[in-house]
Design a protein around this ligand. Sequence first.
Ligand SMILES: O=c1ccn([C@H]2C[C@H](O)[C@@H](COP(=O)(O)O)O2)c(=O)[nH]1
Ligand SMILES: [Zn+2]
Length: 196
Amino acid sequence: MSEEATVQGMETHKRMSYLHWDDYFMATSLLSAQRSKDPVTQVGACIVDSQNRIVAIGYNGFPRNCSDDEFPWTKAKKDTKDFDPLKDKKMYVVHAEANAILNSNGATLTGTRLYTTLFPCNECAKLIIQSGISDILYLSDKYAEKPTYRASRRMLDAVGVGHRRHVPKQKQIIINFDDILEEDPNSSLNLNDLHL
Ligand SMILES: O=c1ccn([C@H]2C[C@H](O)[C@@H](COP(=O)(O)O)O2)c(=O)[nH]1
Ligand SMILES: [Zn+2]
């Protein structure tokens, strides 16, 4: 039997395949990460209050008006003879968590949860602690062994900011603009006409 009960083509029961809150907020972070121009790691973050309202979102990128085409997206290699620290993206990138906190526009973040696609670094951990965020849910912890991430964990543990890896309830969430347009008889938009 299908999840949505149907009588004569009319849905009579609530839809059961709706998104779980945590998947919803992590998916929001992932969607936000899609805005990032970083060719290696795209990070998205979403801050949510105790009533499950999104307070702010952010992704990793250069500061406002610092051109994505002028500043470097490369990682400068330390042990090479032409090493130039000014050619390293880390000098310029604002991290996703920092952008989310800045985007909260002064709202109180005490007791909020942060959903992030990557476990936060030490600099982000400082901001998270100072802003009063009380819990972190993350997806990837790919840099766990690096000193900056160990320092982050150390600070978060010292002050009791919770952190756990989010285990998605759903394997995937598909967003297909075509589906919406196809069921709209008034849509004159044909996705094949879009210039992407
Ligand atoms: O807490 C964090 C840590 C890192 N980021 C961003 C900063 C960079 O744009 C990438 C990491 O790049 P790699 O090439 O994988 O080192 O992730 C962040 O937003 N938040
Ligand atoms: Zn960071």
